[in-house]
Design a protein around this ligand. Structure first.
Ligand SMILES: Nc1ncnc2c1ncn2[C@@H]1O[C@H](COP(=O)(O)OP(=O)(O)OP(=O)(O)O)[C@@H](O)[C@H]1O
Length: 608
């Protein structure tokens, strides 16, 4: 029972949270406004009866009822619409906020490795869906209003003659056919939706500055546009088919409703001519049947919309529930207690397989890193380096095995505490289009606000100072080409900001850098690895562990320890000197790099 009504309750809660005043306005105004509509017919009936009986009070009563009903329709309608519009915008914001909170509540990115959940979240967060959920509560109230209006119309017709009740009952097949029309549209949408999403992704690439440039430079732009158009055309064909089928069913419904209205009018005229009904009844029936078409149309439209709204609400309820469950799953810890300083970092039997993949990205990894060490991790593309880094940050949860440092076991649940001792530069670092200062400050907002000298030191450690000096407003330069006064940065400069961000956090136990020099020029890279001397000193002093991933073996050679990954397993571990002298993958990689980067050949006089 609960799960059936949960989506409706969710919509109500969202609307109430957004604006209780507007919820009350909508709940009162919309249904009452609808109920006032049939009262117009009652007013007409009373006035006609008053004219026939020459009763002035009755005439006055009829006119008063008529005018009051019209006024109510107008005033309540105006307030209802205004309340609904305000409520729509506020509810959409509330729901979006819930989704963002639920996403942020995820302590790991495990659930998002599953494309299904990510796609569901994206769909719900799409503008169209957020607008739809925003209007859902108001939409359901409109159904309530339509049902009340229909019920009162039927009751008033029944008051004239029970035969007339048969007429609105013909609405039942019309509603049924309307549901079929809805089903046809829905099936078409299901087929067209993924095609439109695919086309959207292509267009997004084309419109984004980076993607657009690549497409233009590489000449892929025309191909992308053509592919997007093909996808749109295919989607339009599905929608056309759905629309044609829906049109057929809707027309059948409209025909039966029109026939029933005509039958009601015909029967009433016949009954009045035969003296079975008086003129006031005739007036009431004419006024009511005049409205009946609109009432039924309204009822069909609102129920169709309500189905759609309920489906979106069910999706939303499911996604929120799933995200909150996943967010609550690992014991969160206090987030204030980092692992004790000076302990070894120990990985034991660590394995991880991405959802939907059969082969593990990391398999049975055992590794012990003494405190105070700088470690380099090397290996071919896809050997599992980034996965291991993500496991160590606590962003992924291993399928088996555990990670511990200083006696604190990450995998035993104290994830927030663990992350208190981690600072990281990830391979896919964020490019936040803020000022440079704000972009760096994200690394530790409080520290940056309280001790600006730490932010300056972090920029220096990241080698950002020369770049900042060249920017028009230094650290306060707005970055990003989307802003009219924004400065677009080079890939290397973005990476240095990300590196500075990771240097801002003090008292780390584990400093992780996944390819920190991938976007740097040769000079900047050399300086970065030169500064590793300071990092080493910091590790020694604080008993922390710094681990960096690099394809540059010359850089790896400056580490205390090198870990070579191969196909998800540790192939070799040792000091640079040990690995240089030991046959194995490290020697092979060294040989390849030495031969490929040996520039002496081009300078060899014999060669020219
Ligand atoms: N989100 C993901 N979903 C499914 N498989 C993934 C995902 N991310 C990585 N993989 C797979 O896991 C394996 C290890 O990838 P990982 O990114 O850890 O390698 P890597 O050593 O860091 O590679 P590179 O040097 O290219 O950065 C690869 O086979 C990759 O295809």
């Amino acid at each position: 029972m609960t799960s059936r009504f949960a989506p409706v309750l969710l919509l109500f809660r969202a609307a109430w949270r957004a604006s209780p005043r507007d919820v009350v306005t909508v709940l009162v105004c919309d249904p009452l406004g609808r109920v006032a509509e049939p009262l117009v017919a009652v007013g007409v009936g009373v006035a006609v009866a008053g004219v026939l009986s020459a009763s002035r009070p009755q005439q006055m009563l009829g006119v008063t009822l008529f005018v009051t009903a019209l006024l109510l329709i107008h005033v309540l309608g105006t307030f209802g619409i205004a309340g609904r519009v305000r409520l729509e915008a506020e509810t959409a914001r509330t729901i979006d906020g819930w989704l963002i909170q639920a996403m942020l509540g995820l302590r790991t990115v495990d659930p998002l490795q599953d494309g299904v959940l990510r796609e569901r979240v994206d769909r719900i967060r799409s503008r169209e869906r957020v607008d739809l959920t925003g209007s859902a509560f108001g939409g359901l109230v409109l159904v309530l209003g339509a049902v009340l209006q229909f019920g009162l119309t039927v009751a008033l017709l029944a008051d004239v003659s029970l035969w007339l009740v048969l007429i609105p009952l013909l609405a039942v097949p019309a509603l049924h056919w309307n549901a079929r029309a809805f089903g046809a549209e829905d099936r078409a949408d299901e087929k067209a939706g993924p095609l439109v999403s695919r086309a959207g992704v292509l267009v997004e690439h084309l419109m984004s500055p980076a993607g657009g440039l690549a497409a233009r430079a590489g000449g892929a732009g025309v191909g992308l546009v053509r592919r997007a158009e093909e996808l749109w055309d295919e989607a339009a064909r599905h929608r056309d088919r759905g629309d044609r089928s829906a049109f057929g069913w809707t027309m059948a419904g409209t025909a039966i409703v029109s026939a029933s209205v005509a039958a009601a009018l015909g029967w009433t005229a016949w009954a009045a001519a035969a003296g079975r009904l008086g003129l006031p009844d005739l007036a009431v029936v004419i006024a009511l049947t005049g409205q009946l078409g609109v009432v039924l149309g309204n009822l069909m439209q609102q129920t169709t919309r309500a189905r759609r709204l309920l489906r979106v609400a069910r999706d939303l309820d499911g996604v929120l529930g799933e995200l909150r469950r996943q967010g609550a799953a690992p014991a969160a810890g206090t987030g204030r207690q980092a692992p004790p300083a000076g302990g070894a970092l120990i990985l034991s039997g660590l394995s991880y397989t991405y959802p939907g993949r059969e082969v593990a990205a990391v398999r049975a990894v055992d590794l012990e890193i003494p405190p105070g060490s700088v470690v380099a991790m090397v290996g071919e593309n896809g050997s599992g380096k980034t996965t291991l880094v993500k496991l160590m940050t606590g962003l992924l949860t291993p399928d088996s095995g555990e990670i511990q440092q200083g006696g604190m076991i990450l995998t035993a649940g104290s994830r927030a505490d663990w992350q208190q001792g981690v600072t990281a530069l990830m391979q896919d670092f964020g490019r936040y289009e803020l000022t440079v200062r704000e972009g760096v400050a994200l690394g530790d907002v409080e520290a940056a606000a309280e001790r600006p000298e730490l932010l300056a030191a972090a920029c220096t450690k990241a080698g950002l100072d020369p770049d900042v000096e060249r920017l028009p407003a230094g650290l306060d330069t707005q970055t990003g080409s989307r802003w009219s006064h924004g400065v677009d940065l080079s890939g290397g400069q973005w990476q240095k900001i990300a590196l500075a961000r990771s240097h801002l956090r003090q008292d780390w136990r584990l400093f992780l850098m996944d390819e920190p020099s991938s976007a740097l020029d040769i000079e900047a890279e050399a300086r970065l690895f030169d500064r590793f001397r300071e990092l080493t000193a910091q590790c020694r002093a604080g008993g922390g562990v710094a681990l960096f991933v690099s394809h540059r073996l010359a850089a790896a050679a400056r580490a205390d320890l090198i870990v070579v990954l191969d196909d998800g397993v540790i192939a070799q571990v040792g000091t640079p000197a040990e690995l240089r002298n030991r046959p194995g993958p490290y020697q092979e990689l060294s040989a390849i790099q030495e031969s490929n980067y040996d520039l002496s050949g081009t300078l060899d006089p014999a060669a020219t």
